[in-house]
Design a protein around this ligand. Structure first.
Ligand SMILES: Nc1nc2c(ncn2[C@@H]2O[C@H](COP(=O)(O)OP(=O)(O)O)[C@@H](O)[C@H]2O)c(=O)[nH]1
Ligand SMILES: [Mg+2]
Length: 289
């Protein structure tokens, strides 16, 4: 059993897992070496890893393995875990992939940041090495541009990286509100919709590895199917963006009053404050602005 350095009653590590092969055992071991509890949701895997993980959990009370009989998609597997976690009183979940791509050694840093800012979501900002396929790196730039537009640049560093800490309740509400976000569209839609609800993103750099097949690397990302899903997702989000535009503009102006200045939309009090800062004057009379 892993030593229990960090045992939390509020924050858990949640690993959705679909046919990852034997890499999953090391992934779970390294996560458990950093944190407790760790929960794995086996999403209808047919590669024998459900039984192997259940064996690990039998000798580790802080590892929980939930086995879904059918494959239902990454988002659906995460939501299943979030519902159970919420019932047991957990407030935050760090999601990570089961295939060894994500940096388990950063779990404590991400959890500490979330504990300091519990209303925020803590997003991994991927640091790629030479192993990253150029097509995936370029593809995420497109997804990131859409996500930034859809949130009026609310601060999303990366829309796709699944190594994140979410506040559980807002995410459950977002997901229960619609039937999408159940498959590969989970990660980007979650950050955009949480931003719309006012959940602030905090971005922390985190390395990501793309393992070769001979190192046990597996990906179920299907370029045609999943890029079609992501395109449809961004169309949906653009519609939501248009409907929320007045609210987003208002928030944007509150956060960046300098953009409104030239149009005279900034409240007089903040104009005076800015002028005071620039001139060093202790009092700026109303007619001066
Ligand atoms: N692709 C996919 N991943 C799933 C599913 N259910 C759970 N997952 C998990 O979601 C994570 C991301 O999937 P992965 O295939 O590694 O995508 P990639 O990292 O973007 O190449 C992994 O931990 C998977 O095991 C599913 O139905 N499809
Ligand atoms: Mg992966």
């Amino acid at each position: 059993m892993a030593p229990d350095i960090n045992v939390s009653a509020s924050h858990l590590v949640l690993i959705p897992s679909y046919n990852p092969g034997p890499r999953v055992y090391e992934t779970v071991r390294t996560a458990r070496a950093q944190w407790a509890p760790v929960w794995v949701v086996v999403d209808g895997s047919t590669d024998g890893t459900a039984a192997g993980l259940e064996d690990m959990a039998a000798s580790d009370p802080r590892l929980k393995v939930v086995v879904l009989p059918e494959n239902s998609g990454k988002g659906a597997a995460v939501l299943h875990g979030l519902d159970l976690a919420s019932q047991q009183g957990y407030t935050h979940a760090l999601t990570m992939d089961s295939d060894g791509q994500h940096p388990a050694e950063l779990i404590p840093t991400f959890m500490a940041t979330s504990t300091q800012s519990p209303k925020a979501m803590v997003l991994g900002l991927p640091v790629f090495d030479a192993s990253a396929p150029a097509l995936r790196v370029q593809g995420r730039k497109i997804s990131n541009s859409w996500a930034n537009l859809e949130t009026l640049w609310a601060g999303i560093g990366d829309s796709l990286y699944g190594f994140r800490v979410y506040p559980i309740e807002p995410l459950r509400r977002v997901m229960r509100g619609q039937r999408w976000m159940r498959r590969f569209d989970f990660d980007p839609e979650a950050v955009v919709r949480l931003c719309w609800r006012g959940v602030r993103p905090i971005n922390l750099p985190a390395p990501v590895k793309y393992l070769h097949a001979d190192e046990g690397g597996v990906s179920h990302f299907n370029y045609l199917r999943d890029n079609t899903l992501l395109t449809w997702m961004h169309l949906r989000l653009m519609l939501g963006f248009v409907l929320r535009l007045p609210l987003l503009l208002l928030r944007h102006h509150e956060k960046h009053p300098q953009f409104a200045r030239s149009r005279g939309a900034r409240p007089a009090s903040s104009s005076r404050r800015l002028l005071r800062q620039r001139t060093g004057a202790t009092r700026v009379r109303r007619q001066a602005v």
